[in-house]
Design a protein around this ligand. Sequence first.
Ligand SMILES: Cc1ncc(COP(=O)(O)O)c(C=O)c1O
Length: 378
Amino acid sequence: MRTKLSLDIENINIANQNGIETFVASILRREVLSLSAYHVQDSTGLIKLDAMENPYAWPETMVDEWLEDLRNAKVNRYPDPSSDRLKAALRTSNNIPETANLMLGNGSDELIQIILMGVAGDDAVVLSPQPTFVMYRQIADSLGLKFVGVKLNEDDFSLDMATLSAAIAKNNPKVIFLAYPNNPTGNAFSGEDMLEILRIAPGLVVVDEAYAPFADASFMSKLLEFPNLLVMRTLSKLGLAGLRLGFLAGHPAWISQLDKLRLPYNINVLTQQTVEFALANQSVFDGQIKQIKSDRELLASRLAHLPVKVFPSQANFVSFRLLEKEATEVFTKIKNKGVLIKNLTPAGGALLNCLRVTVGTPYENQVFMESLTKILES
Ligand SMILES: Cc1ncc(COP(=O)(O)O)c(C=O)c1O
């Protein structure tokens, strides 16, 4: 017997765009249809300072050793579904408490999705300070969850604790995301405020430490104290963005439940083997991070001589507000000079007239600073 669906398909005139779009819309969820796709800027031929990547490649000898190591990679087999060796290496390099368990994701983006899939339904609320990393809202929206954004203080992007506590009491959020340091503002919130949120939160608090390599503080050791805390990190900002690896550390009770939502082979053979290799060469990354942190301070102090307000950063980027010129125009002019940064103005609110630049190599930072200075002087 023919189903209604197959009859509809046969009746679609593929040449008629409206026909197929109506059909697609009749199948997919409302939340999916109203979502805007996450847009990645085309960086072809440009100095890429838009996505908080580490600008440094590996020394040639390390590349040779890596390629040698990959000779025995068994790409004809499925990867280790639990990535046990890699987890052991991550535990050591990230000081993860012994009592905490780990779950790995294809980037921390996937982990955000897994957490939110776990709480989806029943009018569940996801709460986060605003502005922050856009994927919390994007993924909440895609799953039909209610997202509540609570504005940060506009002058220094610190947490507005009075408003935040009231919003937590009113909305009873299942999950609170705190990016620490925060993207795109660059600051790490006050540790005292974060502890207060952990105390008053009625549900899960995820502290997203994507920028941990560049920051002075962490909540990793607080996992022992707060069973409602999960700490999430990524290897992307350290210098392995192309491998896509993030991890979630927390009480075994959380991890064993959430792990049911993880697809069995989400971390591929090459990523498992390469990250293990990279972590055995930690000193190379330590050197790169030291350089990036020192260049961040240099970049911020040079920016401070221009008519801009610079926001203090504990990450590998610096955000700033233009005081005299219009950000979108300046962004386009910098791009025309061959440097891609991030225009934060479209996000609106406290980010109006703001730009964000990733710390690149000294040469890249120099090209950026010269372009910006010329544009602001013109
Ligand atoms: C705060 C924060 N969390 C998570 C991510 C995503 O990291 P991943 O590359 O591991 O998906 C980013 C990326 O910019 C970020 O800024």
